[in-house]
Design a protein around this ligand. Structure first.
Ligand SMILES: *[C@@H]1O[C@H](CO)[C@@H](O)[C@H](O)[C@H]1NC(C)=O
Ligand SMILES: *[C@@H]1O[C@H](CO)[C@@H](O)[C@H](O)[C@H]1NC(C)=O
Ligand SMILES: *[C@@H]1O[C@H](CO)[C@@H](O)[C@H](O)[C@H]1NC(C)=O
Ligand SMILES: *[C@@H]1O[C@H](CO)[C@@H](O)[C@H](O)[C@H]1NC(C)=O
Ligand SMILES: *[C@@H]1O[C@H](CO)[C@@H](O)[C@H](O)[C@H]1NC(C)=O
Ligand SMILES: *[C@@H]1O[C@H](CO)[C@@H](O)[C@H](O)[C@H]1NC(C)=O
Ligand SMILES: *[C@@H]1O[C@H](CO)[C@@H](O)[C@H](O)[C@H]1NC(C)=O
Ligand SMILES: *[C@@H]1O[C@H](CO)[C@@H](O)[C@H](O)[C@H]1NC(C)=O
Ligand SMILES: *[C@@H]1O[C@H](CO)[C@@H](O)[C@H](O)[C@H]1NC(C)=O
Ligand SMILES: *[C@@H]1O[C@H](CO)[C@@H](O)[C@H](O)[C@H]1NC(C)=O
Ligand SMILES: *[C@@H]1O[C@H](CO)[C@@H](O)[C@H](O)[C@H]1NC(C)=O
Length: 503
C-alpha cells in the first residue's frame, strides 16, 4: 500500500491492516483510542527499584527492566501505551551538554544502548506490555548521528557501514532557521561536542540503510509506534518513504507554532506532535490569558490538519518546561489543563512525573528521577488521570466520541466549554480560590458559575458531572449552569448516559 492510500484511509478514519509484522502493531485508528505515558528510560526506574543519586546531565541508571517492574503504576492510571527514549547505541563520555542519557546522540543504529539493558530486556518489556494489552512507542532519530569530537575532526570511519564516510553526511554548516533547506541540510549541533552530523538523506545507500535499521528494530522488538525526533530537519519526501517502510504509526516532532507548518508533516507522516496546541495551551490554564486563542486553535486544527484524531497532544515534555513549573502552588490548574487534554481530538500524552507535580523548568531540569516521588498512587493528579482515562475509554466505547468534532460552546477570560459527542467539558483558569495567590495569574480566585447554552442536551434533562457526580438540570432552552467546583473541571453528560458511572 502506498503512503498516499494509507493517509487517505487514515484521514477517513477507516480501520486498515497495513502491518505485515507482529499481531500487535497498531494502525492510526487504533492509536487514536490510546493514551500515552512518556518516560525517559534513564530517569524512570532502576532495575532494583531504589533511588539513584546522579548528575542531572549524567546517566542515572534507569533500565527497561525498571520500567517493566513499574507497569502496574503506569497501567493503574489507565494508560495503554508508553513512549520510551531512543534505544540505539549512543556516544559515550562527557560533552559540553553532559552525557547521552536521553538517547538522542546515537552513533550506531545497529546496536542497542547498553545502559538501558540487553536486547532480551527490551524484548521482555515489549512482551510484558503486550500481555497487558498495552503498546510500545519508541523514539527514533534518523536526522543525524553523533560524534563526541570537535568541529572538523569527525572520525567518520568510526561509524558502522555505510555511515563510515564523509559522503554519508552533509558538509558541516550552521542552521539558519529562516531557511528550510538549511534546516534540512545543516547540522543541529556543529560548534562543540556532541557534533550532530546531518545524514545525507538524498544518498539512497545511506538513507535506505537508516530506514532498514529501524524496520529491523520494529520487527525484533514488536514496536507499535514511533515518535520521530527532529522530523522538520528531514526533507518531507524522505519522511514519506520512512512512514511507508516502517509501517507503524509515526508521530513527528516538527517544532513550530504554526498549524499550517504542522499540517505539512501530517501528510508524509501518519501523525505529528501537536506543537501549535502546546504553544497556545499553557498561558490560559496558568491564568495569564483568556481562552480565545486556545479555542481558535482547537477549531482551526480540526479543519486544517489531515487527521486530527491521530495527532499527539501534550502539555509539556522533556524539551519544554513542565506545566507545574508555571502554575505555582495550585494543582487545580493542572487538573483543568489535563482534563482539556483528554477530551479534545487527538491522542493525549502525559510526561512522566506530571502526576506527581514535578516542576522542573527547561531542559535538563525537567528530566528529574522518578524515584524521588516514591511512585505515589495516591497523588491527586495520579487519581485524576485514572478517572480521565476511564471516562475517555467509556466515551470511545460509546461509539459517538472519536468521530465527533469538538464544538466550542464558550471561550471567555475564565472559562472554556466544548461539546464532543456525549460530553460537555467545562474547564477554568480561576484557580481554587482567592486564598491562593499565584505570581502572575490574571484570573485568580474569581470563582463563579457559568451558563452553558447551545449544547445538544435537550430541555429539562438531568446532567451528571462525571468527575464529582454532582447533578444539574437543563432549562426550557436546554441551557444549564455549570456550577463552580472550587475552580475544578467539569465533564457533563446526560444522567442517562452510561448509568453505571456515578450511579
Ligand atoms: C541498585 O542498583 C544501583 C545501580 O545498579 C546500585 O548502584 C545500587 O547500589 C543498588 N541498590 C541496592 C539497594 O541494591
Ligand atoms: C562534564 O563536562 C561539563 C562541561 O565541560 C563539566 O561542567 C562537568 O563537570 C563534566 N562532568 C563530569 C561528570 O565529568
Ligand atoms: C524476562 O521476564 C521474565 C519474567 O517476566 C523473567 O523470568 C526473565 O528472566 C526475563 N528475562 C530477561 C532476559 O530478563
Ligand atoms: C485491548 O485494547 C483494545 C483497545 O486498545 C480493546 O479494544 C480490547 O478490547 C482490549 N483487549 C483486552 C483483552 O482487554
Ligand atoms: C577513527 O575510528 C577508527 C574506528 O573506530 C579507529 O580505528 C581510528 O583509530 C580512529 N582514528 C582516530 C584519528 O581517532
Ligand atoms: C553515498 O554513500 C555511500 C556510503 O557512504 C558512498 O559510498 C557513496 O559514494 C555516496 N554516494 C554519493 C553520490 O555521494
Ligand atoms: C538556504 O540554505 C541552503 C543550505 O545551506 C543554502 O544553499 C542556500 O543558499 C540558502 N538560501 C538562502 C536564501 O539563504
Ligand atoms: C515556524 O515556521 C515558520 C514558517 O516556516 C517560520 O517563519 C517560523 O520562524 C517557525 N517558528 C519556529 C519556532 O521555528
Ligand atoms: C491518600 O490521600 C488522602 C488524601 O490526600 C489521605 O487522607 C490518605 O491518608 C492517603 N492514603 C495513603 C495510603 O497515603
Ligand atoms: C490573586 O489573589 C490574591 C488573593 O486575593 C491577591 O493577593 C493577588 O494579588 C492576586 N493576583 C493577581 C495577579 O491579581
Ligand atoms: C443559572 O444561574 C443564574 C444566576 O444564579 C440564574 O438566574 C439562572 O436561572 C440559572 N439557570 C439555570 C438554567 O439554572
Amino acid at each position: 500500500m502506498t503512503s498516499r492510500t494509507f493517509l487517505l484511509a487514515a484521514a477517513a478514519g477507516l480501520t486498515l491492516q497495513i502491518l505485515p509484522w507482529g499481531a500487535w502493531a497498531l494502525n492510526a485508528q487504533q492509536w487514536s483510542e490510546h493514551s500515552i505515558y512518556q518516560v525517559l528510560t534513564d530517569r524512570f526506574a532502576l532495575t532494583n527499584g531504589s533511588s539513584a543519586d546522579c548528575w542531572i546531565r549524567g546517566y542515572c541508571g534507569g533500565t527497561y527492566e525498571g520500567i517493566q517492574n513499574k507497569l502496574d503504576y503506569i497501567q493503574g492510571m489507565g494508560f495503554d501505551a508508553i513512549w520510551i527514549s531512543p534505544i540505539i547505541h549512543n556516544i559515550e563520555g562527557n560533552t559540553t551538554y553532559g552525557y547521552a542519557f536521553h538517547g538522542y546522540w546515537g552513533d550506531d543504529p545497529y546496536t542497542l544502548n547498553p545502559h538501558f539493558g540487553s536486547p532480551d530486556d527490551l524484548k521482555n518489556l515489549s512482551d510484558a506490555l503486550h500481555s497487558r494489552n498495552m503498546s510500545l512507542m519508541v523514539d527514533v532519530v534518523i536526522n543525524h548521528l553523533a560524534a563526541n569530537q570537535t568541529p572538523n575532526s569527525v572520525n567518520y570511519s568510526a561509524f558502522p557501514s555505510p555511515f563510515n564516510s564523509a559522503a554519508a553526511f552533509h558538509p558541516d554548516c550552521t542552521i539558519d532557521y529562516a531557511n528550510q533547506t538549511s534546516i534540512e541540510d545543516c547540522w543541529l549541533v556543529d560548534q562543540q561536542p556532541p557534533l550532530l552530523a546531518d545524514i545525507k538523506s538524498e544518498n539512497s545507500t545511506v538513507f535506505d540503510a537508516m530506514v532498514r535499521s529501524v524496520v529491523q528494530n520494529v520487527q525484533d522488538y514488536a514496536i507499535d509506534g514511533i515518535r520521530l525526533d527532529t522530523a522538520k530537519h528531514v526533507p518531507k519526501r524522505f519522511l514519506s518513504q520512512f512512514q511507508e517502510e516502517v509501517g507503524v504509526l509515526v508521530t513527528g516532532e516538527a517544532l513550530n507554532e504554526s498549524i499550517a507548518f504542522a499540517s505539512q508533516y501530517q501528510s508524509p507522516l501518519a501523525s505529528v506532535l501537536n506543537y501549535p496546541l502546546f504553544f497556545t495551551v499553557t498561558d490560559p490554564f496558568v491564568g495569564r490569558t483568556t481562552f480565545d486563542l486556545l479555542a481558535a486553535t482547537v477549531e482551526a486544527e480540526q479543519v486544517i490538519l489531515p487527521n486530527i484524531n491521530a495527532v499527539t497532544n501534550f502539555l509539556d515534555n522533556h524539551d519544554q518546561p513542565r506545566l507545574a513549573s508555571r502554575v505555582g502552588s495550585d494543582v487545580i490548574r493542572e487538573m483543568n489543563a489535563v482534563t482539556f487534554l483528554f477530551f479534545i481530538p487527538g491522542i493525549p500524552i502525559v510526561y512522566y512525573g506530571f502526576e506527581q507535580r514535578f516542576d522542573g523548568g527547561g531542559d535538563p531540569d525537567n528530566r528529574e528521577g522518578m524515584w524521588t516521588s516514591g511512585y505515589d498512587t495516591n497523588a491527586t493528579l495520579y487519581k485524576h488521570i485514572a478517572q480521565l482515562n476511564m471516562l475517555r475509554k467509556a466515551a470511545i466505547n460509546s461509539g459517538d466520541f472519536l468521530d465527533s468534532a469538538a464544538t466550542i460552546l464558550l471561550a471567555s477570560d475564565t472559562h472554556l466549554a466544548f461539546q464532543r459527542g456525549p460530553l460537555v467539558v467545562v474547564v477554568t483558569n480561576t484557580g481554587s480560590g482567592p486564598s491562593i495567590s499565584e505570581p502572575d495569574a490574571a484570573a485568580n480566585g474569581t470563582l463563579s458559575d457559568v451558563m452553558i447554552s447551545q449544547s445538544s442536551f435537550p430541555p429539562k434533562t438531568t446532567l451528571t458531572d462525571l468527575l464529582s457526580c454532582e447533578k444539574t438540570v437543563t432549562d426550557a432552552q436546554g441551557s444549564f449552569n455549570s456550577s463552580n467546583s472550587q475552580g475544578g473541571p467539569r465533564v457533563w453528560a446526560s444522567s442517562q448516559w452510561k448509568t453505571t458511572l456515578c450511579s
